[in-house]
Design a binder for this molecule. Structure first.
Ligand code: IMP
Ligand code: ZN
Length: 340
């Protein structure tokens, strides 16, 4: 099963740039940023080893802060973007929707941040021709609304020049911080301008916010851990898929075990769902591993895994032609196995 899943041309729809740097890539990056003999590099490595033991949501957010230090220069950010594309390509991801929160510091403005990531994605097309990458700028709900407004304005502007590359807006960040309704104005503007919305929703138990988010609407739902049976029925009726990230949820402590993951409920309800990594670096996983985990936990066959991949093709923000190409790649792969 592992070989079958590894070689399957997969589709990743929920991946945060800074969360997708795996240990090796972080070391490569730290070496590039600080040099491998510097004191900073040794200190960073020691701190990273410390993080390996964590398993709650707050600890995970500390780990993001650590990664952000390494991508706080233009060179670091550019190299990180390249490494992330390389790692997904090595896992045979044929299509990747990458999200990232534009940041501003002494080295770059939010506009520069997005430009660097976009340029690196474009440059990566030559080096990694088998992976098609799209970008969704993220709003961090623990930052001020003015930052969200700036992010939306930039996303709209960049989408005008690159409509096939900047396809949507993500709302993420620590779910215990910020208030959804504060961001609905900015999100609405993005939607009016034709951007798709992916919203981290029901990651923690917050009934009133879940109601607000579902009433507001979205193209895809991140996590959906605390959706009720009625909410799931609503998602099914509206054909809104739930992005299921098993390792992320269990390691960050929002779901108690793989067996109890709500993906089971979604499959039983025949509700739309996609299997994703969320933060493959921070949670030390890959999409191959996530599909294997799902197959082993819920006794899925190869055909089920193909169906899950085709569901991801359907719910991607690729255009019709790109989706057709993606489906064809999966079909060719399946046919190549039959003739073996
Ligand atoms: P970045 O946007 O590229 O910096 O990716 C890391 C950021 O994504 C984190 O700092 C969070 O704001 C967000 N993020 C990653 N995983 C999660 C999650 O599971 N829930 C909410 N936000 C997340
Ligand atoms: Zn996420």
């Amino acid at each position: 099963m592992f070989k079958f899943l590894k070689e399957l041309p997969k589709v990743e729809l929920h991946a945060h740039l800074n969360g997708s740097l795996n240990t090796n890539s972080l070391r490569d990056l730290a070496e590039k940023v600080y040099g491998n003999t510097s004191e900073e590099f040794s200190q960073l490595c020691a701190r990273f080893v410390d993080f390996e033991k964590d398993s709650n949501l707050d600890k995970c957010f500390e780990k993001f802060a650590f990664v952000h230090e390494l991508t706080s220069t233009a060179e670091g950010l550019q190299y990180a973007t390249e490494l992330v594309i390389r790692d997904f390509a090595n896992d045979n991801i044929q299509y990747l929707e990458l999200r990232t929160t534009p940041k501003a510091n002494n080295n770059y403005l939010r506009r520069d941040y997005l430009r660097i990531v976009l340029d690196t994605i474009k440059k990566g097309r030559e080096k990694y021709p088998n992976i098609l990458v799209k970008l969704l700028p993220s709003i961090n709900r623990s930052e001020p609304v003015a930052v969200a407004e700036e992010t939306v304005a930039l996303a709209v502007e960049f989408a005008k020049t690159d409509p096939d590359l900047v396809v949507g807006i993500d709302l993420s960040g620590n779910p215990a911080q910020g208030k959804f309704t504060d961001f609905s104005g900015a999100l609405n503007l993005a939607r009016k301008e034709g951007l798709k919305l992916v919203i981290h929703c029901a990651e923690i138990d917050n009934t009133s916010e879940i109601k607000e988010m579902l009433a507001f609407g979205m193209s895809r739902c991140g996590h959906g851990t605390y959706l009720s049976s009625e909410d799931i029925a609503h998602m099914k009726a509206a054909d809104i898929p739930i992005e299921c990230c098993l390792t992320s949820n269990v390691k960050s402590g929002t779901v108690s075990s793989f067996e109890e993951h709500h993906l089971k409920q979604l499959m039983e309800a025949d509700a739309p769902k996609v299997v994703c990594t969320d933060d493959s670096g921070v949670f030390d996983t890959t999409l191959t591993n996530e599909l294997l985990l799902v197959a082993e936990t819920f006794n899925l066959t190869r055909d089920h895994c193909i169906d899950l991949t085709m569901e991801a093709v359907k719910h991607s923000f690729a255009n019709d032609e790109e989706r057709q190409q993606m489906a064809l790649k999966v079909e060719h792969y399946v046919n190549s196995l039959k003739s073996e």
